[in-house]
Structure formats: structure tokens, C-alpha cells
Ligand binder design. Structure first.
Ligand code: ADP
Length: 259
């Protein structure tokens, strides 16, 4: 089973004094949806940068199926294994939605003719609610919500094992959000992918198998029925943490690192 493991991970931005997280031990497994919640500035996006191989830990290790991200070819990891949905989507504004997806397939080395890739791109876009007419429009002629859906389709274009998303439904209406959440849930539960989502939305956490709250550099496993985050206030309202994941706490609990 594919797993992404953090062992004693600490992180500090170069030239700063604040430790964003310290001695974090977490394990993300295939077949599950994880949501990460916490106040703005807590370090959620920083964690996603590490998980997606865009940055490396200051100390400790991140391994994917036992292979250390710090020493592996991280562009290959991003191109083949991980599907990344960030808030800044970096879609090519003057290219069509289809061409953005085909370009991403080409970068990831997806095999097949342009015709086949176009069919695949249209199917993916349809899945996230983008009609063939809109699929043929340039990105700059589409709304923010439509661009967000195209960003999701693009992240799935190479059939990644791991999906890492930062507020993926932030600019979507309720119906579209529900549709996208259904896709994420199915990717994990039916296709065995590992889906990790940073969110402020209570709705998003309803599909989570595990909710991790990040506060003051510490991750706590939160109880779903006490989901603390509110989209409006952006404040965790509860301290229902059941599991502190620093190594110190693990030692105190007599647990092995990693889980
Ligand atoms: P969140 O996603 O939870 O809102 P971030 O991970 O974006 O939080 O940021 C965590 C902290 O790191 C914040 O205090 C932020 O200002 C700081 N930070 C983010 N990026 C950088 C950077 N490149 N250099 C220095 N500090 C940064």
C-alpha cells in the first residue's frame, strides 16, 4: 500500500526564527481522505509544499513508499505520483482548458496520441462539470470557479496516486462543491488514492476519514463530530484533539513513530 510518512519533521523558512512545525510524525495512507484544518498562518500550505515535494524539511524525513523525498527526483515525483491543486492554479491563460490538460499530460509523460489525450481531457473536464463548449475556451474567458475545476481536472490528468489540494473548493458554489467532493471521495475509496486536502470548509471535512488540526506547530487528530473550523471565522472552535503527533507525545504514549 502506498504511504507518505513524516518522521520527526521540523520546518523553518530560511532566514526566519519561527519553527513552523517541530518533530512531526504523521502517516498518510492510500484509500483515505485526510483534511488538514487550522488558523490562517498555522503552516498548512507549508506542509502541502513538503508533501508535494516543492520544498524539503529542515530536519527529519518524508518518505513515499519508503523512498526519501529529500534525495529522490522530486520533479518526477510531482509529475508521476502526485496531483497538486494549489490556490494559484498557474493555468496558461491564453490556452484552452483542453490544451492546459494535454500540456500537463505531456509533461507527465502520459502515453497516447493527441486525439486520445483530447478525449481523456474532455472526459476529465466533464467529470468536474466543464462542458465541451467551455473546455474549448481560453482560460482567461472562464470564471474563477471554472478555472478551479480545470485545475482539479489537470491535477488528475496523469492518474496520480496521491492528491494534494489547498482549498480546492474555495470558489465553488454548493452544488459544484458537492460534485467535486464526491469525486475526491471516490478517488480515495474506490480507486485507492490518498487524498489530502487543506480546507476551512466544514462541508469538505464531511468526506474526511481523518481530520488533522494544526495549531502552534502541532498536529492533532480531531473528532469529526467536533469539527472545529468555520469558514466565516476561520477559527478552530474546539480542542477535541485525540492524538498529539509529536515524537515526544508518541514516546509518552509508548507508540512507534509513524502512526
Ligand atoms: P497557512 O497555509 O496555514 O495559512 P502558511 O503555511 O502559508 O500558513 O504559512 C505559515 C507561516 O509561514 C506564516 O506565518 C507565513 O507568514 C510564513 N511563511 C510562509 N511562506 C514563507 C516564506 N516563503 N518565507 C518566510 N515565511 C513564510
Amino acid at each position: 500500500m502506498n504511504t507518505l510518512t513524516l518522521q520527526d519533521v521540523s520546518y523553518k523558512y530560511d532566514g526566519t526564527t519561527r519553527t513552523i512545525f517541530k518533530d512531526v510524525n504523521l502517516q498518510f495512507e492510500a484509500g483515505k481522505v485526510y483534511t488538514i484544518v487550522g488558523k490562517s498562518g498555522a503552516g498548512k500550505s507549508t506542509l502541502l509544499s513538503l508533501l508535494s515535494g516543492l520544498d524539503t524539511a529542515t530536519s527529519g524525513s518524508l518518505t513515499y513508499n519508503g523512498e526519501n523525498l529529500a534525495t529522490m527526483n522530486r520533479s518526477q515525483y510531482r509529475a508521476k505520483k502526485a496531483g497538486i491543486i494549489f490556490q494559484s492554479l498557474n493555468l496558461l491563460p491564453t490556452a484552452t482548458a483542453i490544451d492546459n490538460i494535454i500540456l500537463s499530460m505531456n509533461i507527465s509523460g502520459v502515453k497516447g496520441s493527441r486525439k486520445n489525450k483530447k478525449v481523456m481531457a474532455l472526459e476529465l473536464l466533464e467529470k468536474v462539470g466543464i462542458s465541451p463548449e467551455k473546455a474549448n475556451r481560453k482560460i482567461l474567458k472562464l470564471s474563477g470557479g471554472e478555472q478551479q475545476r480545470i485545475g482539479i481536472a489537470r491535477a488528475l490528468a496523469h492518474n496520480p496516486e496521491l492528491i494534494v489540494a489547498d482549498e480546492p473548493t474555495g470558489s465553488l458554489d454548493k452544488d459544484t462543491e458537492a460534485k467535486i467532493l464526491k469525486i475526491f471521495k471516490s478517488l480515495a475509496h474506490n480507486e485507492g488514492k490518498c487524498v489530502i486536502i487543506v480546507t476551512h470548509s466544514k462541508k469538505v471535512t464531511t468526506i474526511a476519514d481523518e481530520i488533522l488540526g494544526l495549531e502552534k506547530g502541532v498536529f492533532k487528530q480531531l473528532n469529526k463530530s467536533h469539527m472545529p473550523v468555520d469558514r466565516e471565522t476561520n477559527k478552530p472552535a474546539s480542542k477535541q484533539g485525540t492524538q498529539v503527533t509529536t515524537q515526544k507525545a508518541r514516546r509518552a504514549a509508548g507508540k512507534q513513530p509513524g502512526r
